[in-house]
Design a protein around this ligand. Structure first.
Ligand code: 3PG
Length: 328
């Protein structure tokens, strides 16, 4: 049992809390920086299929170098490992590219408001695709999430259907990623850091041909020349920053997932979105109407209520799907 192992391994509860606090703070800070550079790049150079590929390529390269130089120990994997990783990588690729396409069309804050609705997707996928039912209060606790997201969407000044659908597809894909991820990590000796590294490598292999088909080198080169003529060579540094920070924040999030329950992870992920929404609104001067902000606040508060509701339900000895825990 992981919790027993944790209890004997850590010197004290306080030290463990400090460690998790450091993980969370690092994860959110890295994520805020990623989101800012990602949007700066997309504003100047709107090729989300390429930039999402570059993020995965950069992470894969960083990890391959770390393994080759012994900075990190390479994982011992077998064909079975890669086979179970495949569906996770497909879902990760779709979720990643869809979120990036979304952010190329709408404000970063809007994408993240819609992405705060991920718990609702988890329950709906479990109900309608996996045929699992949950206690009525769990469904009721989804209403503020769905209502808040809907209110934020209809009052969004710069609404764009592709941007909206990208964030929705990303939610759906990440629910599947979490379900498959949990199955794939169970009983495996690969650490969170190396698991994410392998995920990046496989996702890169999946995404590259699609990125070439959808956008392609001709568009990339022409777009690059235009962008550089407008903002100069600093564009390359922005691309490098978004790629490096994308890998780092995901790596830290998978490292913390190794230490904490999926529920704590999901609460951390929602709090992460608050810092991204607030900082991106300030940095990009995103126009926000009061009713729009109200929708976002209801959606985010709804996610907290939902987590609390699930926590209560989890204490009841009923058969509750682990998928419900995974997506939140
Ligand atoms: C991506 O590009 O993959 C998204 O920004 C991921 O979003 P999340 O990690 O905040 O869910």
């Amino acid at each position: 049992d992981r919790s027993e192992v944790e209890a004997t391994n850590t010197p004290s509860e306080a030290a463990k809390k400090v460690k998790i606090g450091i993980y969370f703070a690092t994860w959110w800070a890295l994520n805020v920086v990623f989101n800012i550079y990602n949007k700066k790049v997309l504003n100047a150079y709107p090729y989300p299929w390429l930039t999402s590929t570059l993020s995965l390529a950069c992470g894969s390269l960083m990890m391959l170098i770390s393994w080759a130089t012994g900075i990190a120990e390479a994982p011992k994997t077998d064909p079975e490992f890669w086979k179970t990783l495949f569906p996770v990588a497909v879902a990760h690729t779709i979720g990643h590219v869809a979120a990036t396409v979304s952010m190329s069309k709408v404000a970063v804050s809007f994408t993240h408001i819609i992405k705060s609705g991920e718990p609702a997707f988890s329950v709906l996928v479990s109900r309608f695709l996996l045929g699992e039912t949950f206690p009525v209060p769990v469904y009721l606790s989804l209403l503020p999430i769905i209502g808040g997201c809907a209110l934020a969407a209809v009052t969004e000044l710069n609404f764009n259907m592709t941007g909206f659908m990208g964030a929705m597809i990303s939610n759906l894909a990440f629910v599947f990623r979490n379900i498959f991820s949990k199955k794939g990590m169970k009983g495996k000796s690969v650490s969170g850091m190396n698991y994410y590294a392998c995920l990046s490598i496989l996702s890169l292999a999946i995404l590259t041909p699609f990125a070439i088909a959808v956008e392609g080198p001709q568009m990339w080169i022409a777009g690059w020349q235009t962008a550089v003529s407008q903002i100069g060579n600093q564009l390359i540094w922005w691309v490098a920053a978004q790629s490096v920070f994308y890998h780092l924040y995901n790596q830290v999030s998978y490292m913390s997932l190794d230490e904490i329950s999926p529920l704590t992870f999901s609460i951390g992920n929602t709090m992460k979105r608050i810092s991204v929404i607030v900082s991106s609104i300030i940095i990009f001067h995103t126009p926000v109407q009061p009713v729009n902000a109200l929708g976002a606040a209801i959606a985010i508060l709804g996610t907290f209520l939902y987590s609390q509701r699930v926590k209560l339900v989890m204490n009841v000895p009923c058969v509750l799907s682990s998928n419900l825990m995974d997506g939140i």
